[in-house]
Design a protein around this ligand. Structure first.
Ligand SMILES: [Fe+2]
Length: 329
């Protein structure tokens, strides 16, 4: 018999909490309750539930604050959080994004809607577990293949930037998770390339450039056996395609380029521009956005560039240190 999934229901209103608990029991879940945000933090750590349903309006510590703390703690950050509100949800959405909650639902919640949302978030929990297993295996692989640590094919900065762009354009929590891992792993194929080629300052011969291009294909092959390869491997293979069809490895054009690859490309491009290189200093955010705008419609998806450039994201990304990258997303 499959293990029953557990859900933590956080609501200061006892009858409302009990009603939600019995609805979830009817749907086959094991539930536990917490009466406020502080109690939720302790219960989440102890129980490690598969999902947390959290009321927004609560005394002492409200739902947004509790969620922010859950997402800041490595022990609880992967547990999906579904916020619930009895009021107009529109003012809550930005706060929900800021706190890192995965979804928002309006009370009273019809049983069918609850079932659909809960199932989607449990899939997200599963996806996070798979991604972490994949990530751990690939980190091991990188360590083994590159013991000196001189190559850095796992890119945390591009990961959080790609995730934040996915969130910005309204992709769901599952796709945001995929964007993060696609960003993290996009250059994993570099472990198969000679180090000298990757660090060369001078120009490359055509055959050397062809060799560099292989990192996209190799990366997709490395990640292919891991779940969910159906979205991760294409994002990695196509992250150097260009909107006008002049990229590599398959010269895909426009919308034929997988969305995840387009997101990683913008994230990678922006991060490269605002970072010091051996041959140039980092560009300012304004200059980096100007360069992105110049490449909009030729190198990058114009819709993505426009959404990114008109948001507060570039400034936020540029304003945080390596250790604080979690704050971006
Ligand atoms: Fe690359």
């Amino acid at each position: 018999m499959p293990e029953r999934r557990s859900i933590l229901v956080v609501d200061d209103n006892g009858p409302s909490r009990d009603a939600m608990g019995s609805m979830l029991s009817t749907l086959g879940f094991w539930t536990e309750g917490a009466a406020d945000g502080a109690e939720a933090l302790t219960a989440a750590k102890r129980l490690q539930p598969d999902l947390i349903l959290m009321d927004v309006e609560m005394p002492t510590m409200n739902g947004h604050e509790a969620c922010r703390r859950l997402k800041a703690d490595p022990a609880t950050r992967d547990i999906p959080v579904l916020m619930m509100t009895g009021f107009d949800p529109r003012p809550e959405r930005p706060k929900m994004v800021e706190s890192g909650a995965d979804d928002l639902i309006v009370k009273p919640i019809p049983m069918r809607d609850l079932q659909v949302r809960v199932r989607a978030l449990l899939r997200l929990r599963e996806l996070r577990r798979e991604m972490h297993t994949t990530q751990a295996s690939l980190r091991e692989l990188v360590k083994r293949e590159n013991p000196s640590g001189s190559k850095t094919p796992l890119d945390d900065q591009v990961a959080v930037t790609a995730q934040a762009i996915a969130r910005l354009i309204g992709l769901d929590a599952e796709d945001q998770e995929v964007a993060y891992h696609a960003g993290l792993l996009h250059d994993i194929g570099q472990i198969g390339l000679p180090e000298e080629l990757l660090t060369r300052r001078g120009s490359l011969m055509p055959d050397e450039f062809a060799q560099i291009q292989q990192h996209t294909i190799l990366g997709a092959e490395i990640t292919g056996p891991f779940r969910p390869a159906s979205v991760l491997a294409p994002a990695i293979r196509h992250h150097h395609e260009r909107w006008d069809g002049s990229g590599y490895p398959d010269k895909l054009q426009g919308p034929a380029i997988p969305m995840m690859a387009r997101i990683v490309s913008v994230a990678d491009g922006f991060q490269a521009l605002i970072t010091d290189r051996p041959y140039r200093k980092a560009f300012t955010v304004a200059k980096a956005l100007e360069i992105l705008a110049q490449g909009s419609g030729t190198q990058w998806d114009p819709r993505l560039v426009a959404a990114f450039a008109t948001s507060s994201l570039p400034q936020r990304i540029a304003g945080v240190s390596d250790e604080d990258t979690a704050k971006i997303a």
